[in-house]
Design a protein around this ligand. Structure first.
Ligand code: R5P
Length: 285
């Protein structure tokens, strides 16, 4: 099976040398995007590895690639390393339901299968059925070296509990509210981190507000040290600066998104073997 990568996942393409399908992405002088598939994939099963991370050029490249492959008569499996816009999963009066808009585009392509790595809210499968793949081994490997696993908000508590259970450690959780899209505020804490090495687990780090505030609180509660593990490192706004100035000892992320950051406090774990595993499982089904 040939694997096609879009510009948002080019950093992963070298990990799949034998399977790479050939295609061209370019932009015309007026900004319009263009995609051409070079390989003849007529009647073949292929896998597109991509993400819907902003800017929107990324998912437009993806939509054009899906169209080009389908026109060639390929049977397309979609593998999203990151489902961007998944956080906009509810709409108040007058707001767009962005996660559903993205889902609706995918539905027009009659895809064979859709897989996603660690989606923000698995409930959005109501908009689009897909397999949600969580890189548990990434979390377990870090969790084995700490004493307590902490969810940075109530919503992530069952996830933290799952990891804690697997590595036979206790779990705790912070209670957070989000007064606005970019700001977070801690309002409570449940658990015991006194004299313990704590690990905060989350799906993503965006502005870094959630983990930095949670880490401060854990230290106030007597934690010895605080590390963080999150699947997706978005690191927007001043996230890296916030992490640098924070009490956090180490942040672990994967490269579901390209990581150009080189910082002593940030460790990037390669997600390519996990992607290969997930695709292999799909093939066996
Ligand atoms: C929220 O529910 C998510 O799981 C993350 O905790 C959140 O998106 C992280 O955002 P930020 O880094 O901007 O606080």
């Amino acid at each position: 099976m040939k694997y096609f990568f879009t510009p948002s996942t080019q950093h992963l393409a070298d990990s799949f040398p034998g399977q790479r399908g050939a295609c061209i992405f370019k932009k015309f002088s007026d900004g319009e995007q263009y995609v051409k598939v070079i390989d003849d994939v007529t009647g073949q099963e292929v896998c597109v590895i991509s993400s819907t991370v902003p800017p929107s050029d990324n998912f437009f490249d993806l939509f054009l690639l899906l169209d080009a492959l389908q026109r060639l008569g390929a049977r397309v499996n979609l593998f999203l390393t990151y489902f961007g816009y998944a956080r906009q999963d509810k709409a108040a009066h007058g707001e767009a339901l962005s996660a559903e808009v993205i889902a609706r585009f995918f539905k027009t392509f009659a895809l064979n299968t859709i897989s996603v790595i660690h989606v923000h809210n698995p409930e959005i499968t109501q908009f689009l059925p897909f397999i949600n793949n969580i890189p548990y081994e990434f979390f377990y490997s870090i969790a084995r070296n700490v004493d307590v696993i902490v969810a940075p908000d109530k919503g992530a508590f069952s996830f933290a509990q799952q990891i804690a259970l697997h590595v036979h450690k206790p779990a705790a959780h912070v209670e957070k509210i989000r007064p606005s899209y970019e700001h977070t505020q801690i309002i409570g804490f449940t658990g015991d981190v006194k004299d313990k090495r704590a690990l905060i687990v989350d799906d993503m780090i965006s502005t870094g507000g959630t983990i930095v505030h949670a880490a401060d609180l854990l230290l106030q509660q007597g934690a010895l040290s605080v590390e963080v593990a999150a699947t997706h490192g978005i690191f927007d706004d001043d996230a890296v600066g916030k992490i640098e100035r924070s009490c956090i000892k180490k942040v672990h992320v994967t490269n579901t998104l390209e990581q150009k950051i080189h910082h002593a406090k940030i460790a990037v774990h390669d997600i390519a073997p996990f992607i290969a595993e997930c695709i292999e499982l799909l093939r066996q089904k």
